[in-house]
Ligand binder design. Structure first.
Ligand code: ZN
Length: 187
């Protein structure tokens, strides 16, 4: 079969296991901070690009497993934003606790129960973006055969999805790690 230059492809993974249960709280409209609460977040990934020598865009299994590992890292954790302008995080000297502060409110968590993400707010949109950058780094998606775009979608509640499209040729040198190895003190 002749492959037309105008044909395009994508691969997509969505699985019942690509779900993580995690707590978070976001701020919005500057001064409103939610109560801490949880979701069963569902994650889906799609990669666009040309076919490789195997006549596929990207290995389904590698994509599935890479995403599954990230999902497991977020599962049963409290998600905290390291770059929030109004939520201050502080890890205790012995690295056993994290204290989050917003105005006169304070939350203290076991450090091991938290994932501190390098994002401004733990919205579904920014969680999707972080997962996307992490997946690109770990699967080296920028160094493949001309893959063009990655979509990460995160469902925060039934039927409420946030999609983040990442252009694969335009991003590089982005860490795929959360801030879990940070030193004690303010983050
Ligand atoms: Zn929420």
């Amino acid at each position: 079969m002749t492959i037309s230059s105008i044909d395009t492809w994508s691969v997509r993974v969505t699985k019942d296991t690509l779900v993580f249960s995690a707590a978070h709280f976001i701020t919005f409209n500057r001064s409103i901070c939610e109560r801490i609460h949880g979701h069963n977040w569902r994650v889906e990934a799609e990669i666009q690009g040309p076919l490789d020598e195997n006549h596929y865009v990207f290995d389904f299994i590698a994509l599935r497993d890479g995403l599954q590992l990230l999902v497991q890292e977020l599962d049963h954790r409290v998600l905290l934003p390291a770059r929030h302008p109004m939520i201050q995080l502080e890890v205790s000297d012995d690295e056993r606790e994290v204290t989050a502060r917003f105005e006169d409110r304070r939350w203290v968590f076991p450090r091991e129960d938290c994932v501190i993400l390098p994002i401004e707010n733990t919205t579904a949109e920014l969680i999707a973006q972080w997962i996307g950058h992490a997946l690109i780094a770990r699967l080296k998606l920028n160094h493949q055969h001309g893959l063009t775009r990655l979509r990460i979608s995160v469902e925060e509640n039934f039927g409420q999805w946030a999609d983040c499209w990442l252009h694969l040729s335009a991003i590089d040198n982005v860490s795929g790690e959360p801030c879990n190895s940070g030193t004690a003190g303010a983050i």
